[in-house]
Design a protein around this ligand. Structure first.
Ligand code: BV8
Length: 244
């Protein structure tokens, strides 16, 4: 038994899969028909701005047709009930954690429903198409790009994430392949600082060997069960079997 006060949770595309949001590297992966280099890098945006804008416009529009699933809702319930520190770091750019009600939430790869001004660098809420060229509401000088962290760009709030990892007792990774850095390295940071590490995923991730425990299955089933466990075990104790 370990005392668990501070928790960091990392989510990836797999937590939104049961809501109908395509993952990146699955058979129907988002990148299908698009090479990463053609849509998710600053160079791609320089070369083909309209193609890239439309790629994100389509994904933004699809958000209206999807809903948070039991995994998102369970994490929001944990956020509301957990008395210790808790930080939910998502790689996802959808708004499903937000709509489920998670408050202690950080989008490290940006958000579909946000635009970034090419001139003043301010971020603004965006609901429609950036390919229509709406002007930045802050400076009124320039159009906006998707507020998305592309490959080669610095993820958001890395200092805050590193600080939370250095103080957490439990690191939980949900629905991510562990293919993209620096997120894929968080489990090693957490272990370095002495945290217990738990993975819940449909398949073993690239980083599975770094987790004390890996639970294979659907997030919509595993996450609510885990949240019930950790909330019912006196809120301060979590019996994570140490496999290694
Ligand atoms: C950085 C926004 C420097 C876009 C994303 C060369 C040049 C430059 C950089 C690099 C380089 N070589 C390597 C790098 C680093 C690079 C990187 O990691 N590349 C990889 C490909 C090797 N990283 C970067 O460039 C990052 N920036 O390094 O800056 C730096 C950094 C730190 C400090 C100083 C300097 C920026 C990376 C961010 C890129 N942007 N997203 C968009 O969304 O369009 S990444 C993209 O992949 C998404 O954010 C996504 O979330 C992320 C990871 O994918 P997953 O979420 O894991 O999704 P995936 O489909 O892969 O897996 C889904 C999983 O779910 C599967 O395991 C599946 O089994 C599981 N699953 C499916 N269904 C379910 C399920 N699990 C449970 N239940 C289910 N129902």
């Amino acid at each position: 038994m370990r005392e668990i006060n501070n928790i960091v949770i990392l989510t990836g595309a797999g937590i939104s899969a049961e809501s109908g949001v395509a993952t990146f590297r699955g058979p129907d992966g988002l990148w299908k028909g698009h090479r990463v280099e053609d849509v998710a890098t600053p160079e791609a945006f320089q070369r083909h701005p309209i193609l890239v804008q439309k790629f994100y416009d389509e994904r933004r529009a699809k958000l209206q047709g999807v809903q948070p699933n039991p995994a998102h809702l369970a994490l929001a319930q944990l956020d509301a009930a957990w008395g210790g520190d808790l930080l939910l770091v998502t790689q996802n750019v959808d708004d499903l954690h937000n709509r489920a009600g998670s408050k202690r939430l950080l989008h490290m790869h940006g958000e579909l429903l946000s635009g970034l001004c090419l001139a003043c660098g301010e971020r603004s809420p965006v609901a429609g198409n950036l390919s229509d060229g709406p002007v930045c509401p802050h400076c009124r000088q320039s159009a906006m790009r998707p507020d998305i962290v592309w490959f080669g760009e610095m993820p958001y709030q890395m200092d805050r994430i590193e600080s939370a990892l250095s103080q957490c007792d439990l690191f939980v990774s949900i629905g991510t392949s562990g293919a993209v850095y620096p997120a894929a390295g968080f489990v090693r940071s957490a272990r370095h600082y002495g945290a217990l590490t738990l993975e819940m995923n449909l398949d073993p991730s690239d980083g599975s060997l770094y987790f004390n425990e890996s639970r294979m299955g659907k997030a919509g089933e595993l996450v609510p069960a885990w949240v019930d466990d950790i909330l019912s075990s006196g809120t301060r104790f979590c019996d994570v079997m140490l496999k290694r």
